[in-house]
Design a protein around this ligand. Structure first.
Ligand code: PGA
Length: 246
């Protein structure tokens, strides 16, 4: 399976930062064996998508409806129209701050498919849930509720992102990542049959140039979703290089 390394710029980036998108696109071109993507603010998708062909440009969220009275929202069709090839849905920051439910996220994933773009569906436990021994149950529950019945690996990926590892510099042990990704894989195969083996499972949360090689070597870690280390080419490139040699 080709690895996917996707950056998540979150709410960072003005037009001036298109130069950073260009530098990242140029850098990742050295590793054509890895699929790469950069999920940037909606305002930058149009100017970026036309210019940088070596990496897919994506959004970070979409509404489930095609259009309508949803002030401030962006539909999957609008992302596609602007040139996006994919979108993140269900990031924990949106689950927490915008109160998004698994059903909302399932609707957003369906919208992405309807619009002809790929979806990265995020799941992950909080630190309290892990401490209580509930990490796997929480993640599998989110997974069941957030995935659509027609999920296939050509348009959908899952990102396992422990909430407590996002932006903190802390990551789970290799054993814990391996166990969670194996549990997610088993759930995907149980639900989707052989096709469940083709759905990429990304790890996200403080992945960087130092830890990427060990994380990407874990079975069923099919790529990464990268926040802070995706903002600059010199931080992102080592992760893509690690994926190329994993
Ligand atoms: P981080 O963010 O790499 O900065 O921890 C990952 C994410 O939120 O997707």
């Amino acid at each position: 399976m080709r690895k996917l390394i996707a950056g998540n710029w979150k709410m960072n980036g003005l037009l001036a930062e298109l130069e950073d998108v260009a530098a990242i696109s140029e850098a990742v071109a050295a590793h054509p064996s890895v699929d790469t993507a950069l999920c940037i603010p909606a305002t930058l998708i149009r100017p970026a998508a036309g210019r940088f062909a070596d990496m897919a440009i994506g959004g970070q969220d979409c509404h489930m409806a095609v259009s309508g009275a949803h002030t401030g929202c962006v539909s999957a069709e609008m992302l596609a129209d602007a040139g996006a090839k994919l979108t993140i849905v269900g990031h924990s920051e949106r689950r927490a701050a915008q109160g998004e439910s698994d059903a909302d996220i399932r609707g957003k994933a369906l919208a992405a498919r309807r619009a002809g773009i790929a979806a990265i569906v995020c799941v992950g436990e909080t630190e309290a849930e892990r401490d209580a021994g509930q990490a796997e149950a929480v993640v599998l529950h989110q997974l069941t509720g957030s995935l659509t019945d027609d999920a296939t690996g050509d348009w959908l990926s899952v990102a396992y992102e422990p909430v407590w590892a996002i932006g903190t510099g802390r990551i789970p042990s290799v054993e814990d990542v391996a166990a969670m990704h194996a549990a997610i894989r088993a759930a995907l195969v149980a639900r989707f049959g052989a096709g469940g083996a083709d759905i990429r499972i990304l790890y996200g949360g403080s992945m960087n140039g130092e830890n990427a090689a060990s994380l990407l070597a874990i079975p069923n870690v099919d790529g990464g979703l990268i926040g802070g280390a995706s903002l600059k080419a010199e931080k992102f490139l080592p992760i893509v290089a690690a994926a190329a040699s994993a």
